[in-house]
Design a protein around this ligand. Sequence first.
Ligand code: PMP
Length: 404
Amino acid sequence: MDQHASDAIQLRIDAMCDRVEKLKEQDLYFYNQPVRELRGGARVLVDGREMGMYASYSYLGLVGHPRINQAAKDAIDRFGTGTHGVRTLAGSLILHRELEEKIAEFKGAEDAITYSSGYVTNLTVISTMVGRGDYVISDKLNHASIVDGCLMSGARFLRFRHNDTESLEQRLQQADAEQGSAKLVVADSVFSMDGDIIDFPNLVAICRKYNAWLMVDEAHSVGVLGKTGRGIEEHFGMPGTIDLKMGTLSKTIPSVGGYVAGKRELIQYLRHASRAYIFSAAIPPAQAAAAKVAFDVILDEPWRVEKLNANTEQFINGLKGRGFDTMNTQTAIVPVLCGSDERAFELTGIAQHKNIFVLPVVSPAVPPGLARLRATVTAAHEPDEIEHAMNIIEEAGKKIGLIA
Ligand code: PMP
């Protein structure tokens, strides 16, 4: 007899497995598909079929870049594949310092610290900066890793309406009533489900007015915003305004890891107080070397940022012109609003059967009724490929009655 047969944990497991099974039976399960080959960044081989890739975060098409691959191979030859421990003890390599110096330079900061992923970076940094008795104030649509970091911190967790600086101000007034408690405001630069950009000038002004620390997650803005792809401060012409510039090495930068760039003392503090740095292993040598060179490639090949901008414009305008609601996106993350979860699954199913790799985003990742197909473009796509993908999505949209 199964001793867990009907307890609450088992019921949760069963409910999830049932949901997955039902979607599979209806041929509407699109997650965890094994990609067999990457074909130049814009196309992938899945189940023996070549598909146009519109779900990639490799915004500048740097996955597989020869210079980056070579740096990773050289690092393996020099250092092997692991770091035999945490950074504080024996796991720190010269490569880690070089990467951190490169990040600091790229982000216009005094120093930087790296962690094993972006998710871990948000957890550990937020929970190191604030704790019991403090306030952490977060945009309602911030990424799950920010939410988890806020919860883990034990600080009083206030949320403001999405991209609404009046609502932020109300929260700060609430926090300000209590003298002496620290205040940390956290926001995404570009929102990962909607593609819109935070109202950065007002965000900065309000944080300053209330003397709050500002942390911005640049997972979707590095390589995407700013003339040279340096991110949100460059985009708005406001250098040096973020206290904690957080980012990931797993999207535009084709590696794995996360970082925070900021003032020298802040980074020194995190190096000696953040638990994921002290108690968890470092980024492997190949990934550190790849990430470092990727920042150089972004600056050496400025055409990539320009091409991403052109592709983004073509994609958003093309979908809007075909009658789709792309919400408030201004970036390479382009939602196609479907409404119900079922419609998002249907639209995705038709597109995928026509070899366009896009994914549905449904509740609880987005509020019920706002399910969507979420597509991304990158600098690796050519204009005719984008046109073809949009034609397929249009055909699918007409078939399910989403557009006329
Ligand atoms: N922040 C944001 C806004 C993200 O979209 C993601 C990844 N989806 C992360 C953090 C986590 O980054 P990583 O994948 O490096 O753990």
